[in-house]
Design a protein around this ligand. Sequence first.
Ligand code: NAD
Ligand code: GLY
Length: 383
Amino acid sequence: MSTAPLRPVQRAAPAQDAAAPAETVEVSLADRSYPIVIGRGVSTDSALIGSHLKPGRAALVTSEVVGALYLAPVSAALVAAGIEAVPIVLPDGEQHKNWQVLNTVFDHLIAHRCDRRTPVIALGGGVIGDMAGFAAATWQRGVPFVQIPTTLLAQVDSSVGGKTAINHPQGKNMIGAFHQPGLVLADTALLDTLPDRELSAGLAEVIKYGLIRDTAFLDWLEPNLPKLLARDPAALAHAIRRSCEHKAEVVAADEREAGLRETLNLGHTFGHAIETGVGYGEWLHGEAVAAGTVLAAEMSARLGWLSESDVGRVRRLFSLAQLPVEAPAMPAARWLDLMGHDKKVRGGRIRLVLLQGLGHAVTTGDYDPAALAATLAGSATRG
Ligand code: NAD
Ligand code: GLY
């Protein structure tokens, strides 16, 4: 994939909107409902934290990279709210989203005598959120969980909705649990240090919401992608809020993915196959989703559900977001083997999220296998 650097970047904080008020999107799940608070500085707002968490202790799970940047200020805010943070710092990256590293979280929780009331707080991107969340879901059969997402991808998608997981060497997110957070603090100031390549990866999931359920959002995104890449605060805040509104609505309607929630996986069956096939951490998740979504769009066109001009629009959107639109070359048998591990597979049949027009996604295993074979063959010859 791209060789763009993935080191944190030093960038002056935008002067504009520093005082813009935080916004809240509610995830409505009866007595497990929770707020997503979006705004600059919310992760270090001790009054806000104190209004949601009781004084005591909390396990603060982060990565080496994010911890170096944000462990100190977030710990200080927790202390100011009467909460002592037990830091748990994990190696950074998708290649570490596994049993071995997860087990080190449990080692810390037991060493520090964290009990059933000790919340686990995830401070990081989707990898840390998924692993800390799985630890929270399983430690002593489940403890309170808080998400402080630090990537765009985590702020618009992975921190919301309660999916937690680790990878199996042969399949992404194969081992996990549903465990909702009680609070999500999406601090847009944390994105100031996010590498450009990671920002683009997050935009893949933003574009996804438009493609599956909101053509008006797509119409807004197309001219605003340059502003988002330039980290325009107002544009970013709008994209994050709109994405969280979509995620919250879908999760409230179908928490356990019995139907509607599957559509959030547009491009993911292809994308997870790319991630696993090339080796975890080579392609970023968002990059794999972008190239995977182009394949889903091409397959939709083969089935007569999407026009060629719409496929062109899908490609253009991801290209504008500086994301890959060509999947890596893999033999069709390898694609099918990897895709056969997808969690949407039923009775051996690979079910795919496809587009019946822009803004309308369906999940189906009822397609001509030749269309899938031709789509994969097309990608193999192009790659
Ligand atoms: P990531 O967690 O690996 O973070 C990306 C990189 O950015 C890391 O190197 C990290 O250290 C760095 N980083 C994070 N925040 C930073 C900051 N503020 N400044 C500088 N650097 C920072 O990747 P991701 O894209 O956030 O998440 C991808 C993962 O999320 C995948 O494992 C995917 O399966 C998962 N995911 C889960 C869900 C869900 O619903 N649970 C949804 C989508 C994706
Ligand atoms: N990211 C897909 C989901 O949360 O369902």
